[in-house]
Write a protein that binds this ligand. Structure first.
Ligand SMILES: [Zn+2]
Length: 351
């Protein structure tokens, strides 16, 4: 164990930037990474404000942060695809490689997965971490650390677009224009959708999504999304509907949005169980898919960002210094509708 500085969630409502013991030995197959930038995620904020998410309860001090990019500073035995000085981003979830889920390729649903900043696992708002090289991905020179730290939320969008099985020219609907809804819309466009109808009630969020070519914003305060989708698709419906709002209201009319034989991809999680119109899904033979984090998406996400087909830079709303980490979290708690992603720059300088 080594004493290092970190942003520690002591308990609900209490954050401290202080020294804490973290394991930093570089074993075989591992790399040490100097953290550059960390994105503040809704889950980090939720642990801060609520002290738990579902069954995961903060019972002991925990370092926050799981959306990170940095530079390799040490390489363990047997690591061949990374070297000291490589700029990288990291998958925060480490499964048991021998688990049944991992062997099936679905390592994201391995019940034994260890995920950064999910109790009791420490996160990465600290200057250095040690991580398995196999879950560490090299960033091309034209992808910044800030973009590298956006790969984690974008990978959720990639997983949703993959599960949707988009066909070129599809029309998609995204319900909810929060950070994840926006990531899903961008992944759907990159995945071949001709247009993505994005629905929300917060105009600033819609304005941010509408910067991207192919996004059609619908403010559900003034317009009925079912009518809008029917109008835009001549009564046929959308090929794919991504539910990213987590709102129970979305489920009341969601079956009216897809075309016959279309798909619903569930990304947003309602806090309580919701009623689902099974008959509505049946008469259209809808396919319903679920998304839990992501698997095998980082390399593809990085490739799309590097190609210029996906530009995540406009979604970075503000960057805070490591010393101001608590300010970053208090700003995140404000939940300004014009904020998409807040980031913390742990490293002193350099891009
Ligand atoms: Zn996240």
């Amino acid at each position: 164990m080594t004493q290092v500085r970190a942003l520690v969630l002591e308990r609900q409502h209490e954050l401290a930037l202080r020294d804490i013991d973290l394991p930093l030995d570089v074993g075989p197959g591992m790399v040490k990474i100097a953290i550059h930038t960390v994105g503040v995620c809704g889950s980090d904020v939720h642990y801060y404000t609520h002290g738990k998410i579902g069954p995961f309860v903060v019972n002991a001090p925990m370092v926050l942060g799981h959306e990170a990019a940095g530079t390799v500073t040490e390489v363990g035995a047997g690591v061949t695809h990374l070297k000291v000085g490589d700029r990288v981003c990291m998958e925060p979830g480490i499964p048991d490689p021998n688990s049944r889920a991992s062997r099936l390729g679905m390592y994201n649903v391995d019940p034994a997965v260890n995920f950064w900043a999910t109790p009791p696992v420490h996160g990465v708002l600290t200057p250095e971490v040690v991580h398995p090289a196999n879950y560490t991905f090299k960033l091309p020179d034209n992808v910044s650390f800030a973009e590298g730290a956006m790969v984690e939320p974008f990978a959720v969008g990639m997983q949703a677009a993959t599960k949707a099985r988009i066909t070129p020219g599809d029309t998609a609907v995204v319900l909810g224009a929060g950070p994840i809804g926006t990531m899903v819309a961008l992944a759907a466009l990159a995945g071949g959708c001709a247009r993505v109808i994005v629905a929300d009630l917060a105009q600033p969020k819609l304005d941010i999504a509408a910067q991207y070519q192919g996004v059609i914003p619908v403010n559900i305060r003034d317009r009925n999304v079912v009518e809008e989708v029917a109008r835009l698709t001549e009564g046929w419906g959308a090929d794919v509907v991504f539910e990213c709002s987590g709102s129970p209201h979305a489920w009341k009319t969601i079956m009216d949005l897809p075309r016959p034989g279309g798909a619903i991809v569930v990304v947003g999680l309602p806090v309580d169980p919701v009623a689902v119109d099974i008959a509505g899904a049946s008469v259209k033979e809808l396919r319903i898919e679920n998304v839990f984090r992501y698997a095998h998406q980082y390399d593809r996400a990085i490739a799309l960002i590097a190609s210029g087909k996906v530009d995540l830079k406009p979604l970075i709303s503000e960057t805070f210094a490591f010393e101001d980490s608590r300010k970053a979290f208090d700003r995140a708690v404000e939940a300004r509708p014009s904020d998409v992603k807040l980031q913390i720059r742990v490293a002193a300088q350099g891009d």
